[in-house]
Design a protein around this ligand. Structure first.
Ligand code: FES
Length: 103
């Protein structure tokens, strides 16, 4: 069974924005794309940069350091210089208004 962990209030993340959240000792980036929520690891697979400091355009997060782009739905590395996908996690919003992340 999937294990969803309470992460952050959904209304803390503005639409079309991303924040960094510590969940269970992991630093995650949590995205709001038109009211849908997604979560990935926060540290880029290419270097020491936080995706929460990057630029979210639709379902793509652009890393602030070398502008590589990941798809936040799958974690897929879409553009160079990225060669490694980033881990993406399923999310759901509970009746309490919190985002829950399966890790
Ligand atoms: Fe993210 Fe280089 S550190 S693209």
């Amino acid at each position: 069974e999937e294990n969803y962990i309470k992460a952050v209030e959904a209304n803390k993340i503005p639409e079309d924005d991303v924040i960094g959240v510590d969940v269970n000792g992991y630093n995650l980036a949590v995205y709001n794309v038109e009211g849908e929520f997604f979560a990935t690891d926060n540290i880029c697979t290419h270097g020491n940069a936080k995706l929460c400091d990057g630029f979210l355009d639709g379902h793509r997060i652009e890393c602030p350091l070398h502008q590589g782009e990941f798809d936040v739905r799958s974690g897929k590395a879409c553009t160079s210089p990225l060669t490694e996908d980033i881990k993406a996690y399923p999310t759901k919003v509970g009746d309490d208004g919190f985002i829950y992340i399966s890790m």
